[in-house]
Design a protein around this ligand. Structure first.
Ligand code: HEM
Length: 444
């Protein structure tokens, strides 16, 4: 903890989905709404303000279950939010994710013209996210949420995605997910990395001092912006068969394939970090929350254990010397898997849609999500790997490369295809609970 006084976060006014790590295991559902009539949209905000869980409730009546609500810029407009308030939102949010495609490297197959309808269109106004530890508690929370919107004219549910935990808490490529969660000052929620000083609340919630010592621009009136934040919502399709085939083409020995996979991710499939287990996977370390984040990279400057270009090292360089300050680009992130598991050993694509619904929380869209997506995922200049993209999630075009430091000479993987394709997404604003009520009372 820093020596500053605790920032007294107004937890009773902040949505629980802002600060919490997702439960493990989990089940989740995301529903998108179109507001046809402003009056109905405002009524929906009022009803949802009674369903959304506040961050002050460490456990809701249904355990680790929560309902969150977020609005796109188009959604705020559809409610009739005054122009003076709209103008105060972050510029990237006002533009919307589809308009930011070039910056985000959502190009080629990931470009918005190929996105799944209605993602990226002006029809997406409200996102309701329900996250729970079990299918039963999810159903119970969904039933509560349904009372807010069912049988209501003027508001239409237009898209839904159900997500579910895969065996061993893995994401569809087969790596354990949901391991690292940063600590936020004043949240009362412990972080998972014992070496990371808690991050300033203002990097995650509007109205508080941030890592730069200032405040993220906050829309007015204060009631609207305070205790709100931005949520990045993305549907990422994963080409699991291609990933397996690529590994198979690089090495015939299954153990070597696993080593290559771990080098690309920075962790073994069990979650065990290469930093602690450089030679072999160790499922005990991978599953041990006291150990699987207890490492630094300082003694591995060249990346012999964890390549500088691997997914987790570039997404969180920890103490790696980089161009810039890694703390300014931290995010709260949650991945929730959708689609059927590709059975073990299958290397032919079965045509099924599978991947992750990713949500990122941060008060600064530009310096957190957008920066990481454009500079750290899709360029390597910050760790002196100019042009080398993230081998797992970068927007490769069949010509990607990945360097694995090794003695006497590094191993260089070539011809990396694109394993992750963006199916769509939205920039959203997650209002505080008072702001939800303020929105409900607009115009009346
Ligand atoms: C389908 C695409 C993706 C997959 C399969 C994936 C998978 C993973 C896995 C398995 C981990 C390790 C688990 C953990 O640390 O909790 C991880 C960590 C992480 N990922 Fe991804 N990821 C994807 C996309 C992204 C994107 C697009 C970003 C950012 C723009 C991102 C940011 C992060 C961050 C910040 C971490 C935590 C690293 C740490 O703190 O050590 N991921 N990811």
């Amino acid at each position: 903890m820093s020596g500053d006084p605790a920032p007294a976060l107004e937890l009773q006014d902040i949505q629980s989905g802002v600060l919490r790590p997702r439960p493990s295991p989990y089940a989740a559902t995301y529903i998108l709404f179109l507001i046809d009539e402003a009056r109905a949209g405002r009524e929906l905000m009022g009803r949802l303000s009674r369903v959304v869980t506040a961050a002050s409730e460490p456990r809701s009546a249904a355990g680790d279950t929560w309902v969150s609500v977020a609005l796109t810029f188009q959604g705020l407009k559809a409610l009739g939010t005054p122009q003076a308030s709209l103008a105060g939102f972050a510029w990237e949010f006002q533009q919307g994710m589809a308009a930011r495609a070039t910056t985000l490297k959502d190009v080629g197959e990931s470009s918005p013209e190929h996105w799944e309808w209605p993602l990226g269109t002006a029809d997406v106004h409200v996102v309701i996210a329900v996250v729970a530890p079990t299918a039963e508690s999810l159903e119970a929370a969904l039933a509560r949420a349904r009372t807010a919107y069912e049988a209501m004219s003027g508001v239409t549910a237009i898209w839904r995605q159900d997500c579910h935990a895969l065996p061993d808490e893995t994401e569809p490529f087969g790596f354990r997910d949901g391991i690292n969660h940063p600590a936020v000052e004043g949240s009362g929620i412990a972080g998972t990395d014992p070496h990371e000083t808690p991050l300033k609340a203002g990097d995650f919630v509007l109205g508080y001092v941030d890592e730069m010592g200032g405040f993220a621009p906050t829309p007015q009136p204060d009631l609207l912006g305070r205790n709100g934040t931005y949520m990045v919502f993305r549907k990422l399709h994963q080409r699991v068969a291609d990933f397996r085939r690529y590994l198979g083409a690089q090495a015939s020995d299954p153990a070597e394939q696993e080593l290559l996979a771990a080098k690309m991710m920075g962790r073994w499939r069990s979650g065990a970090p290469l930093a602690l287990c450089p030679m072999h996977d160790d499922p005990e370390v991978g599953g041990d929350r006291a150990r699987n984040n207890d490492f630094r990279y300082a003694d591995d400057a060249a990346g012999y254990a964890t390549p500088l270009g691997s997914h987790v090292r570039r997404m969180n360089p920890r103490d790696t010397p980089i161009a810039g300050d890694a703390r300014l680009h931290r995010m709260i992130r949650r991945g929730a898997a959708y689609g059927p598991l590709l059975p073990k050993g299958v290397t032919e694509d079965d045509g099924a849609d599978r991947g992750l619904i990713f949500t990122f929380i941060g008060a600064h869209l530009k310096r957190q999500f957008e920066f990481v997506q454009s500079e750290w995922v899709n360029d390597g200049v910050f760790v002196a790997l100019a042009g080398a993209r993230d081998p797992m999630t970068g927007s490769a075009d069949g010509g990607g490369t990945f360097s694995i430091p090794r003695r006497p000479i590094p191993r260089r993987l070539k011809g990396l295809p694109q394993f992750v394709v963006t199916r769509g997404g939205e920039y959203c604003f997650m209002p505080g609970l008072r702001a939800l009520r303020w929105l409900a009372e607009l115009g009346g």
